[in-house]
Write a new protein. Sequence first.
Length: 111
Amino acid sequence: MLTVIGAVILLAQLGNVLYQHVAGSRRYFAWAPNDYAVVYTITSEVHGRQLTRAQVNKRYEIDAHGLWEDPPQRLIDYLNRYEKTYGASEHAHVVLRYSLDGHREQTWERN
């Protein structure tokens, strides 16, 4: 009986891992080693004024430039979430430049 219970638990975990990777879920829960290295730079402009690195850090509670060890979409979701809630009235223009695992730089913008 214990063997059956153990097998069911392991199969449930395996099913969850496969679902997270295949379904493109945004929950980012996976039972696997971290294999993301995103070098990024965030710039933000509020009311026509470019924020300094310190102001970006204070606004998003994340460094304006650094290494993000999660999927880049999670960083994008994080910035979007802030701008849709706390920063909604300021209509900031946010630019995220990032490189995933040393590949070519990509740019994401939110107006």
